[in-house]
Design a protein around this ligand. Structure first.
Ligand code: SF4
Ligand code: SF4
Length: 384
């Protein structure tokens, strides 16, 4: 018999409480990273939720049980009312993490955010020196700005995480990236290999790492974690095209987090709109609690009821939840299929062969993330 409070949870009927919310405050950003996780169709400023609307979203999120809010974008500092938005999140009782490129912050407005109770900063770095970083981010002066922002964060005593998106053009410099994070006083480094949706998918031939790079990166992380124990925590998202099994994308669909887009559309993960068969609701029309508990996009792949073979009879199905729904849809046209990253997927060999072709492409030009940039790139592609 189970002790009271330890009764087994029915994963098909129990609705989990979301722990974290990604608040995409805006899609405006001075940088143009070719792997940006924002959609190809960027939301215009005129459609963005107002500060007042965001404060109401935070209140509803806290009531639902959300503990952390990631104030993200685009570049959140592109919003002049970021201070007001931050205060709203703090007053709702949420732990606030500012996800920023640093560009757009000033010393004075950062001190203001700190005074309003900002809890944590996650600063992105695109490369380890100005030449590399500014080329990848498509913004001259970005690297030097980040170095200044890291100083302000340290001065305010706010914990800092460095986020480094890795790919073929910077993965060989992973040891220097780790050194940079230590130098900047970060307590945590996210080594996030590129996820190939949206902009990154358009740039696959310029970004896909080689299998040798992927292997070496895993070794570097393992060695360095040991050496820097107590100084720096390294979160590592391996390049999944060369893995054996997929990762539990988002900790499982609609299990631990949700994303609110600049115009108020609510998604189970930031890339979910790539699944064109799903219908998404907006916090302007429907309460957040109802969207989380009953929204069609949220219930579609929560639990395991939707799984097909080989996932359905696999012992890992509540460990990795069948991997990434967006990747399954992109490769098979069916979001309920097994993530092709999995070696048990019938699509795995095709996906792996394509990844190897991309990694050997020797392309280094980027399609930068700009309004209309995706259409211009597609217009240049030869007809197939
Ligand atoms: S990934 Fe780059 S372009 Fe996209 S929001 Fe972040 S800094 Fe801006
Ligand atoms: S078959 Fe499905 S559940 Fe099993 S390891 Fe592969 S993706 Fe995970």
């Amino acid at each position: 018999m189970n002790a009271p409070g330890n009764e087994p949870v029915d994963i098909e009927t129990a609705i989990p409480i979301p722990m974290a919310m990604l608040a995409e405050l805006t899609h405006r950003c001075p940088l143009k990273c070719p792997y940006c996780s924002n959609p190809l169709e960027l939301t215009r400023r005129s459609a963005e939720l107002s500060a007042e609307e965001w404060v109401e979203v935070f209140r509803q999120a806290a009531a639902l049980g959300v503990l952390h809010v990631h104030l993200s974008g685009g570049e959140p500092a592109s919003r002049k009312d970021l201070g007001e938005i931050t205060t709203g999140a703090v007053e709702a009782g949420l732990y606030t993490n500012l996800i920023t490129s640093g560009v757009g912050l000033t010393e004075a407005n950062f001190a203001d955010l700190a005074a309003r109770g900002l809890d944590h900063v996650q600063l992105s770095v695109q490369g380890v020196d100005a030449e590399a970083a500014d080329r990848i981010g498509g913004f001259r002066g970005g690297f030097d700005t980040k170095m200044r922002v890291a100083d302000w964060v340290a001065r305010e005593g706010i914990p800092l995480t460095i986020n480094a998106v890795m790919h073929r053009q910077n993965l060989d410099r992973l040891p220097e990236t780790i050194e940079l994070a230590v130098k900047l006083g970060a307590r945590r480094l996210e080594v996030a290999n590129t996820q190939y949706h949206g902009w990154a998918d358009l740039n696959r031939a310029a970004l896909m790492p080689t299998p040798e790079q992927a292997k070496r990166a895993s070794e570097v992380v393992a060695e360095t974690r040991e050496r820097l124990k107590g100084t720096l925590v390294i979160d590592y998202v391996p390049p999944d095209h060369f893995a054996k099994y997929p990762k539990p994308c988002m900790g499982g669909w609609s299990r631990v987090g949700l994303c609110v887009k600049p115009e108020g559309k609510v998604l189970p993960c930031h890339a979910a709109e790539t699944i064109t068969t799903l219908e998404f609701q907006n916090v302007r029309d429907v309460p957040l609690e109802e969207i989380w508990k009953k929204g069609p996009a949220f219930t579609a792949y929560r639990g395991t009821h939707w799984m097909q073979e080989p996932c359905n009879s696999c012992e890992r199905k509540t460990k990795d939840w069948g991997g990434c729904r967006c990747q399954a849809f992109a490769w098979t046209g069916d979001a309920a299929a097994t993530d092709p990253v999995c070696t048990l997927s019938p699509e795995h060999a095709r996906m792996r062969a394509a990844a190897e072709t991309d990694s050997a492409a020797h392309a280094d030009e980027f399609v930068y993330r700009t309004i209309g940039g995706a259409d211009r790139a597609r217009a240049k592609e030869p007809a197939s």
